[in-house]
Design a protein around this ligand. Structure first.
Ligand SMILES: *Cc1c(COP(=O)(O)O)cnc(C)c1O
Length: 411
């Protein structure tokens, strides 16, 4: 007997199709586009974001705190919405810091990570009293000096570059030589002496990767993260407030991608909390970007032209990689694969056809979809790219070729 493993294809049904039109927040996409006044546009659904946070909280052990890593989607309205739902915000630049502060989030619950923070940025963070995740020894000493000049004691956490990495991760950010964090093996010396510096030591930031769909890999990383934190804590002569264990929860994008099964990850976290009793008075923080917003957003463009070139039908849209680099496959992907695509139109379509969908830029990289079987669309119909709420506009070269900028709406 052949034992075939059945692959559970993800349905991507956050946005229902009714009579040929795609709906977001109980509204046809065409209506949302009328509100925004143009294509291309990003549309985000606030209720989907809220539901995602609620189901996550429902699943995770009660004590775990949730931060939003803003770089996934820094649209001020999105960040404002999330600020009311999460326990903290993680920023990666002074610009994001300003957006975070404008939400009213307590400054002590905002953290600032990223290599190459300049003195102006560090000064701003110290003046605001937000937590700086220190990425190098040099940065640590610069922070202390700037704090002394300002007469304000900086709040810091040490970002650790662990000696392990998150397996099966879309983007590896630790293990081996890295620009992120201080190598774990250098930390005994630094931590032993940190009480001699004029800084408030708040905790550890141990982030090991991004876009992971495998619960076993996340469990493995969490186990190693708790063990590493436990080891590092032994060197401290001061108390501390939190351990940020990173995030890395992924979302499905491609056919055959299976959504992350969080249940075992949550159960393992509960085991770890039970096992490491010495952390019971510490905040354990998970920071997530993509997982909170990625599935709640769509990118909408309009078909401007339709042509057949040597047998292949092209739909040419007004949107492209200048707004949505990740969809084009040029943001860290090794092989380009098609994101889930929908056609939205006022006249229901029964036929399908094989098409490639391309944008208006003069480069073959500007591909929204390659050879997909889709409902037979015409000029004027809308092309909708799903799973576009994270690393969309913010991760795209908007000025490339000088086309109009994309607009965003949170519905
Ligand atoms: C990018 C980043 C995140 C967010 O990653 P996602 O994959 O979007 O969840 C979290 N923490 C740090 C330090 C990051 O650099």
């Amino acid at each position: 007997m052949i034992n075939k493993k059945t692959v559970k294809h993800t349905e991507f049904n956050n946005f229902p199709l009714k009579n040929g039109q795609l709906y977001i927040a109980n509204m046809a996409v065409e209506q949302a586009i009328a509100i925004i006044g143009q294509t291309p546009a990003y549309l985000y659904d606030r209720q989907l974001i809220q539901q995602r946070v609620a189901s996550l909280r429902n699943m995770l052990p009660p004590g775990i705190l949730l931060h939003y890593a803003m770089k996934a989607n820094p649209m001020p309205a999105v960040v404002q919405h999330l600020a009311a739902l999460v326990d903290g915000l993680d920023v990666a630049s002074q610009g994001e810091m300003h957006t975070a502060i404008n939400t009213g989030m307590l400054h002590s619950e905002i953290s600032f990570a990223g290599p190459g923070k300049n003195n102006t940025e560090l000064k701003a963070a110290i003046a605001a009293g937000i937590v700086i995740n220190v990425e190098s020894e040099n940065e640590l000493y610069r922070i202390e000096k700037i704090g002394k000049d300002l007469g304000i004691t900086p709040n810091i956490a040490i970002r650790v570059n662990p000696d392990f990495e998150l397996k099966a991760s879309g983007m590896k950010m630790s293990g081996g030589p890295k620009q992120f964090g201080i190598d774990a093996e250098k930390l005994p010396d630094i931590l032993t002496n940190i009480h001699n510096l004029t800084v408030n030591f708040e905790g550890f930031h141990i982030f090991s990767g991004s876009q992971n769909l495998k619960s076993e890999a996340l469990i493995d990383a969490h186990n190693k993260t708790f063990a590493l934190a436990h080891e590092l804590v032994q060197y401290l002569k001061v108390d501390f407030r939190f351990i940020n264990i990173g995030g890395g929860f992924g979302i499905p994008y491609f056919p055959g991608d299976e959504a992350l099964d969080l249940q075992p990850v949550a159960e393992n976290l509960q085991h770890l909390l039970d096992e490491y009793k010495s952390f019971s008075n510490k905040q354990i923080i998970i920071e997530l970007g993509r997982y909170l917003v990625g599935e709640a957003g769509i990118y909408v463009s309009k078909i401007i032209d339709k042509k057949i070139s040597r047998g292949l039908t092209y739909l040419v849209t007004d949107g492209g990689l200048h707004h949505h680099l990740s969809n084009s496959g040029n943001f860290g992907q090794v092989i380009r694969k098609n994101y889930p695509v929908r056609i939205s139109t006022q006249k229901p379509i029964t036929e399908t056809e094989l098409v490639s969908i391309v944008g208006p830029l003069c480069t073959p990289l500007d591909t929204l979809a390659a050879k997909m079987e889709l409902p037979k669309a015409e000029i004027g119909d809308l092309v909708v790219i799903l799973q576009s709420g994270a690393y969309g506009r913010t991760a795209s070269p908007e000025n490339f070729l000088g086309h109009p900028h994309v607009k965003e709406l949170l519905l």
